[in-house]
Design a protein around this ligand. Structure first.
Ligand code: GUN
Length: 288
């Protein structure tokens, strides 16, 4: 049977329309519009595109959005001052510092400065700690998007062996923690660059999540026939073409379901950012 294509773009439009309804109900009931402030330092072209897409999605869903563009030479103090101002602004419910930051800035210290209830990326120690201790609150957007894709496509996860390729704080590690939550109940293996016998492990996966940032790394011989393959990678090849971490043409004929690149996980990340901004607005109204 032909593989199912998991269409993250179409699913995102559906979920963003649901979020727009929730935001308009919130505005009617409380007079509050969920608001996201994005901070972009420097002129990395990919980051500029990501931030623009995030802003467009906010505006379409009836959220407030602000963009703070800082010069590439901005100091740690400039950035910390801006974050402090946003932390104290009651109109701002979510703060997103676009990564990567220029090398002279200390990313950990800057992310730690974002107040936990506005940490809509879910990268800060409080939100990651809550997830680790089984009390998830603001979840990192990309792995949350992967979970929601599986759920909305009715792909069973409980008791399945999910193999995650990559151990980043943005995707791989929180992906494993999310899938291990009570009620989600996957069996999780996380692999990385030092993993021995990688192919033997990936071939055991019922669901394989690739998040390593290496173009077309996952080849047909690494995938169990019928497995669900989720491709988190976005890599630009020399000819300008965008490809994932999975060799899509090779893997498509043998897998059970697969996410394309582009149009798979990418749009879901933005959708979960809106979800988190709305959740952050609700959490802040309760905390008052
Ligand atoms: N850079 C790449 N992915 C992300 C993300 O999910 N959030 C932020 N803030 N920066 C990123």
């Amino acid at each position: 049977m032909a593989a199912q294509i998991i269409d993250g773009k179409a699913l995102s439009l559906i979920i963003q329309a649901e979020l727009a309804l929730d935001a308009s109900a919130m505005l009617k009931e409380t007079g509050t519009k969920p608001g996201l402030a994005a901070v972009l330092v420097g002129d990395n072209p990919a980051s500029q595109v990501y931030v623009r897409n995030k802003q467009k999605a906010c505006e379409k869903a009836g959220f407030e959005s602000w963009l703070y563009k800082l010069d590439a030479k901005s100091t740690q103090e400039d950035l910390l001052n801006l974050i402090s101002k946003l932390n104290h602004d009651p109109k701002v419910h979510g703060i997103l510092v676009q990564l990567p930051l220029p090398k002279h800035l200390n990313t950990d210290l800057i992310l730690d400065a974002v107040t936990a209830l506005k940490d809509v990326d879910g990268f800060g120690p409080e939100n990651l700690g809550l997830l680790t201790s089984g009390r998830p609150r603001l979840l990192p957007c990309t792995p949350h998007g992967v979970l929601v894709m599986l759920q909305r496509y009715n792909i069973p996860v409980a008791g399945k062996h999910v193999v995650v390729l990559g151990r980043s704080t943005i995707v791989g590690k929180p992906m494993g923690l999310i899938l291990l939550q009570n009620g989600i109940d996957a069996t999780v293996t996380i692999c990385h660059s030092k993993t021995a016998n990688l192919k033997e492990i990936t071939r055991q996966a019922d669901i394989l999540v690739a998040a390593i940032g290496r173009a077309c790394f996952v080849t047909a011989d690494m995938v169990k026939p019928g497995a669900v393959v989720i491709d988190v990678g976005i890599n630009r090849k020399d000819d300008g073409k965008l490809v994932g971490d999975v060799d899509y043409e090779q893997v498509l004929p043998l897998c059970g379901a697969i996410t394309p690149v582009p149009g798979g996980v990418g749009p879901m990340t933005i959708t979960m950012l809106l979800h988190n901004t709305l959740l952050a607005a609700r959490l802040q109204s309760k905390a008052l």
